[in-house]
Design a binder for this molecule. Structure first.
Ligand SMILES: [Zn+2]
Length: 312
């Protein structure tokens, strides 16, 4: 049986798919996600058992928004405080009848996009998830790169500016602090606080304390210069980190996923232009494509199901 179950679990929801041998999603289920260890384990096991019973799937894969070691132990999950040094794989396997592989959600999303998404068929792919924070996954020479302990790909905490803004992790100048959704929130509020960005403030209903990056997106779509400038500066921040990573890794393609891709070309235009500017020797090397993710919110679940095939 080459049909497998893939599950992607974050702080709020659990998405489960069943993927056949051709990469077609034959079943899909969305459920709320608990955050305490016992409840998380029970919810995952219940989904896997139900999908194995109805489809005959032979293995399951799980992507979790956290740092996952090579034994399927979640060391730390920022949105699920009940998971600290939590032996998720062992606990779920006690309750199911198929083997289970567990990895970080961005890692499995990279695998999904590299097999069936916008980087299908490419062997060296960098996936960057631009959400509230920045996650990442590396597919190198055709396989997911996990690192010695399983923690590779934590690219959001790569330092790009020693004097830069504070990161959610408490350090200063990490890429996530200048290129994520929370960075866009901060930059947008700074523009409004400095007395500019009237269209941004209007989009927020006139309340400065309600301003977020989404209001910059709305005002930018309407052509507001201050909003376009904020998003262009965010794009430069994204491009700066991408160029540093691509100087190290030399991938065939970069895939950008996460909530910020809803900005479309407003963001991707500046990212591509500034990426070419920051990358080493751009004029003397093959172009590295920077593409928006095609699988969208399903990338992690599809990738988890791809990862499960290794167990068959
Ligand atoms: Zn950080």
């Amino acid at each position: 049986v080459s049909t497998t179950v893939g599950i992607d679990i974050g702080g709020t929801k659990l998405l489960a798919v069943v993927l056949d041998a051709d990469g077609v999603i034959v079943r899909e289920q969305l459920a709320p996600s608990p955050i305490e260890f016992d409840a998380v384990v029970a919810a995952i096991a219940q989904e896997i058992n139900a999908l194995v019973d109805t489809t005959g799937a032979g293995a399951a894969g799980l992507g979790i928004a956290g740092m996952v070691d090579r034994n399927g132990v979640v060391a730390y999950a920022p949105n699920m405080p009940g998971l600290r040094r939590a032996p998720v794989r062992a606990a779920v396997e006690e309750r199911i009848t198929v083997p289970l592989a567990v990895d970080n959600d961005a890692n499995v999303a990279a695998l999904g996009e590299a097999r069936y998404g916008s980087a299908a068929g490419r062997r060296d792919v960098l996936l960057v998830t631009l959400g509230t924070g920045i996650g990442g996954g590396l597919v190198l020479d055709g396989d997911l790169y996990r690192g010695a302990h399983g923690y590779a790909g934590e690219i959001g905490h790569f330092m790009v500016d020693i004097d830069g803004p504070l990161c959610a992790c408490g350090a200063r100048g990490h890429w996530e602090a200048i290129a994520s959704g929370s960075a866009l929130d901060r930059m947008t509020r700074e523009v409004v606080a400095s007395g500019g960005g009237h269209a941004i403030l209007d989009a927020a209903g006139g309340d400065p304390s309600a301003v977020t990056g989404e209001h910059a997106g709305l005002a930018a779509r309407a052509g507001d210069a201050a909003a376009l400038d904020v998003i262009a500066r965010l794009g430069d921040g994204v491009a700066l980190g991408l160029a540093g990573l691509c100087n190290i890794l030399d991938p065939e393609a970069v895939v950008i996923s996460g909530g910020l891709i809803e900005l479309g070309d407003l963001l991707m235009g500046p990212v591509r232009e500034r990426f070419a500017h920051h990358l080493e020797a751009t004029a003397f090397r093959p172009a590295i494509e920077v593409e928006a993710a095609r699988l969208g919110a399903r990338a992690g679940a599809v990738g988890a199901a791809v990862m499960a095939r290794e167990l068959l």
